[in-house]
Design a binder for this molecule. Structure first.
Ligand code: SAH
Length: 347
């Protein structure tokens, strides 16, 4: 199975070239691309000749992933998925229902090598990158799950993995998901979250895609950031913020800063004041996240009172900020928790 060709990894143009090599007429590529983008299996691609469908089934893969398990929240409409890859690895995705429609949080790698001290995804390191076709499959499977209820209209690359550490596949995915003959999801409805790989942020800015950049900041200075995010040893806050400013200048898009509030460490008034100075004059929004407690990690969330006070200090300093609504907190909301739980249950 694994050595079969994953057609979803191909761009529309590449699919056309592949079918040409197979001696198929050009219009077949359009038909096949349209089916693949809907997540339809080869066996149900009714306008393709039967022998061609059989050949595809023998040599290719239509959907390189399946839904392994579904965890619906009892508290809200959030659904967490464990997806199974062809090589049996499991990854997570989270489907959220907002007033503007369905938003899917997808994984970009199996595990993560960034080593953030609060994150469950990185505990077992990074197994491998996901391909663009696998990322697409996450969206297609969520759509299949929704059926008549709707479809994914917004995507956040905020599940397990560091998207900018898997740059080429991530870019292929973004272009594919935006293809008018495919899923046709507007790039304006897509956010890419990074722990701050400064050179890659600059590279992304040059692509001028119009996506929203989210930076996982979590600290107002290098000293604190280095305690919780190893990436801070590679790129100073100054370098990272320069790259972010470049992104804003190049794209005209407002940047979102993710800031998980950890008890004592980064959540006191002095930290909020320092943060407001760091972000002064920058077109941005701060997403405050009460830290999701991860069993293997000693870090504790800030109290709800500390979260509110932090928010008020930022507002007082005219920094746009909100506290992220906790969705699906009963189903392993924090990044990588579900997969980790599954790995542990097997050991
Ligand atoms: N690697 C990317 C995207 C994946 S992590 C990044 O670092 O941005 C998605 C977001 O969840 C990041 O902002 C990350 O810092 C945050 N996160 C991870 N574990 C968390 C936890 N236990 N509590 C709150 N936020 C967490």
């Amino acid at each position: 199975m694994a050595d079969k060709l994953i057609l979803l990894d191909k761009t529309r143009q590449e699919l056309g070239e592949y079918l040409k090599e197979q001696g198929q007429p050009a219009f077949r590529a359009k038909q096949l691309y349209s089916w693949l983008s809907k997540g339809v299996p080869f066996s149900e691609m009714t306008n393709l000749p039967k022998d061609f469908r059989q050949k595809l089934m023998d040599e290719c893969v239509d959907l390189p992933m399946e839904i392994h398990q579904v965890f619906p929240s009892q508290k809200d409409d959030t659904v967490k998925f464990l997806f199974r890859c062809l090589d049996d690895h499991l990854i997570e995705g989270v489907l959220m229902h907002y007033h503007y429609g369905y938003s899917l949080c997808i994984s970009t790698q199996i595990g993560c090598k960034m080593g953030c001290a609060f994150c469950a995804s990185t505990l077992n390191g990074c197994v491998r990158n996901l391909s663009s076709g696998e990322m697409l499959a996450e969206v297609l499977l969520a759509n299949r799950f929704l059926g008549d209820k709707g479809h994914v209209g917004h995507i956040v690359l905020m599940g397990s993995g560091e998207p900018l550490d898997n740059y080429d596949h991530t870019l292929r995915f973004l272009r594919a998901v935006n293809d008018p003959e495919g899923l046709n999801i507007s790039l304006r409805n897509i956010s890419v979250s990074t722990c701050g790989l400064a050179p890659m942020i600059r590279k992304l800015a040059e692509e001028n895609l119009g996506i929203t950049l989210s930076l996982s900041l979590h600290a107002p200075n290098d000293r604190i950031r280095k305690q919780i995010m190893p990436v801070a040893n590679a790129y100073s806050l100054e370098e990272t913020m320069d790259a972010v400013r470049f992104y804003v200048k190049k794209t005209g898009r407002r940047v979102v800063f993710e800031y998980a509030l950890i008890n004592q460490l980064n959540s006191r008034r002095e930290h909020a004041i320092e943060l407001s100075q760091l972000l002064r004059d920058l077109q941005c929004h701060v997403n405050l996240i009460p830290l999701n407690h991860v069993d293997e990690r000693s870090l504790q969330p800030a109290s709800p009172k500390a979260v509110q006070e932090f928010l008020h200090t930022l507002e007082e300093k005219h920094i746009s900020a909100t506290v992220r609504r906790e969705m699906g907190s009963d189903i392993g909301g924090a990044c990588g928790q579900l997969r980790r739980r599954h790995l542990q249950s097997q050991s």
